[in-house]
Ligand binder design. Structure first.
Ligand code: SF4
Length: 348
């Protein structure tokens, strides 16, 4: 029986944490009976830090005229991919800022360049807001934007920018960002074209628990419709250097208890999601490891570079060996995966 929104809310409020862990683990075992926990060797490439969206929770972006504003050259991007290949990586998580001037042709050239030069690398790139803006500034539809990039080699898009899919919350934390319906529409159109994606959630700002459950409900409904989400990833707001925390000092740092609680309920509620990632980058390696006992079956990525999160103060780094150790430690079998969650190498 599928969990209702009311039942999910009740579990968030009243569920015993250990019991939630057991229930989420049981569900994870049904979906992943071999006890394998995966991770991907990838690299974040933030091709520009120029952004006009001014999200109040973001410490990464710069105005176009800032001294340290940048757009990476193709050569600089190549160098980063070369370094990734040296450690056996298969994926680049490729995201900007939302640059006010770059149009579809620039992105087509970029995707084509990477795809042709590095055929073994999957471009997991461009958030909904970037895609929506590329379409707008190029005066084309979102379908055309997606299909043109797909034709050049874009096969996967990240869920970034979902934050909480509530326009009330978005109007407070990121008033210029696309509304919930547009985020969902970009993913719907991508899925129709065969571009798979992930769904994310950033909680811990001004949302209510009802809004968290509604967020899950919206992505569960879209997954029913398209089946195009490969995974769900959630993290708590990392706010040390951001405008949002100055404007809303009442925002509390979120506890590990709450992270594990929400993660477990998400595993139970999102019954049509095969994969749930643990976010060690924001929670730290040991809570990231604990998340594997609360429904997560994937430890995310080795994260060679993560400027967006690091700028806001969460500077964890973890080498492949440590990922393997953390997974072994809780009695699971570590494995490297690709973007499609196919196992590439096991470490029994
Ligand atoms: S979160 Fe993304 S869209 Fe928002 S300001 Fe930062 S870079 Fe721009």
């Amino acid at each position: 029986m599928r969990l209702t929104k009311e039942q999910a809310l009740d579990l968030i409020h009243n569920g015993d944490l250990k019991e939630l862990g057991k229930m989420a683990t049981a569900r994870k075992r049904e979906l992943h009976p071999k006890g394998i926990t995966t991770f991907v060797v990838d690299r974040n490439i933030n091709y520009t830090n120029v952004c006009w969206v001014d999200c109040k929770f973001c410490a990464f972006y710069r105005s176009p005229k800032a001294d340290d504003a940048y757009v990476l050259t193709f050569e600089e991007i190549d160098q980063k991919i070369d370094e990734l290949l040296e450690i056996g990586g298969t994926q680049i998580l490729f995201q900007g800022g939302v640059h006010p001037k770059l149009k579809i042709e620039w992105y087509e050239d970029l995707v084509e360049h990477i795809h042709l030069k590095y055929p073994t690398i999957t471009i997991h790139g461009f958030s909904s807001i970037e895609l929506d803006y590329i379409a707008k500034v190029s005066k084309i539809t979102i379908q055309e934007c997606l299909s043109r990039l797909h034709a050049k080699g874009l096969s996967s898009i990240p869920g970034a920018g979902a934050e909480i899919l509530s326009d009330r919350v978005r109007d407070i934390i990121a008033p210029k960002k696309i509304d919930s319906a547009v985020w969902l529409e970009v993913h719907r159109e991508a899925h129709k074209l065969g571009i798979m994606s992930t769904a994310t959630m950033m909680y811990g700002t001004v949302e209510t628990d009802e809004e968290i459950v509604e967020h899950w409900n919206l992505i569960r409904d879209l997954q029913d419709e398209t089946g195009g989400f490969r995974a769900f990833i959630m993290w708590s707001f990392q706010g040390m250097n951001t405008q949002l925390i100055q404007e809303h000092p009442e925002i509390q740092k979120q506890s590990s208890n709450r992270y594990l609680r929400l993660l477990a309920v998400s595993r139970l509620f999102l019954d049509n999601f095969q994969n749930i990632q643990s976010s060690w980058v924001t929670q730290g390696p040991y809570v990231g490891q604990m998340a594997l006992l609360y429904g997560a079956n994937d430890l995310g990525s080795t994260m060679m570079e993560e400027n967006v999160v690091r700028s806001a103060g969460a500077g964890f780094r973890m080498a492949k060996e440590e990922m393997i150790r953390l997974i072994h430690d809780i009695g699971e079998i570590p494995a490297i995966r690709n973007t499609a969650y196919e196992t590439l190498e096991k470490f029994a």
